[in-house]
Design a protein around this ligand. Structure first.
Ligand SMILES: *Cc1c(COP(=O)(O)O)cnc(C)c1O
Length: 224
């Protein structure tokens, strides 16, 4: 069962920053989502496509579903009809596929560019050069069915909060540079999705506009 006290506490902490809570419900049953939904939570994040599809089909239609995990191109088609925001756009080819499938659905899909900010090798995401090349390209300028709303990143999983802070600062600087270089005229480019259960306080101090929190709200997941 979700921890309602923790939920209230997180909302209190977000308030002065005007940041949004994405409740990360991966591996948790629909009943757990409904507990927070009844308290007014509408934004939920999932990292596996099949689980996202199953929950979306079963749960209230006004839930805003956030895709936060690495997305394979062959799964894009199934989430594009309903997804509220894809946080994990980590390659030019994935963005091209989202644009193509969104065109077929006559939708404009909200996306964040995920950047690699952690030390760990395994994390997905753009590096600076690849993002700059993409956003400056003619191909990108022709995309009519994706809306780039900002950036997302995950810090290294460590207790060293100085390191975490530096990584969040890097993401914040990337956001600022992208804003002035490519999105100065676009109000919709304004989100910095950073911060999880263990580091969201630091993320808020460094300019996060969206935190993605699972464990604190729903308890530990199997295998953790
Ligand atoms: C699981 C997950 C989270 C939430 O992590 P917690 O530590 O449980 O808060 C946030 N972002 C992404 C991308 C995740 O996969």
């Amino acid at each position: 069962m979700p921890n309602k006290t923790a939920y209230e506490e997180v909302l209190e902490k977000l308030k002065p920053y005007h940041a949004k809570l994405i409740a990360v419900s991966k591996t948790k049953p629909p009943e757990d989502i409904m507990v927070l939904y009844r308290k007014g939570q509408l934004d939920f994040g999932e990292n596996r496509v099949q689980e996202l599809l199953d929950k979306q089909a079963e749960l209230p239609a006004d839930i805003r579903w956030h895709a936060i995990g690495h997305l394979q191109r062959n799964k894009v088609k199934s989430v594009v009809p309903f997804v509220h925001l894809i946080h994990s756009v980590d390659s030019p080819r994935l963005l091209r596929e989202i644009n193509k499938r969104a065109r077929a659905e006559e939708r404009v899909v909200n996306c964040l560019l995920q950047f690699k900010i952690a030390e760990e090798e395994s994390k997905y995401g753009f590096d600076r050069a690849t993002a700059w090349e993409l956003l400056g390209s003619e191909a990108f300028k022709a995309y009519r069915h994706v809306r780039i709303c900002g950036v997302m990143g995950m810090a290294t999983f460590t207790d060293d909060m100085d390191q975490v802070r530096q990584e969040f600062q890097r993401l914040r600087r990337l956001f600022d540079e992208l804003k002035t270089t490519f999105f100065a005229e676009q109000d919709s480019f304004r989100e910095i999705s950073m911060g999880m259960s263990g580091d969201y306080a630091v993320a808020l101090e460094e300019g996060s506009t969206m935190v993605r929190i699972g464990t604190l709200l729903f308890g530990p997941r199997p295998g953790h």
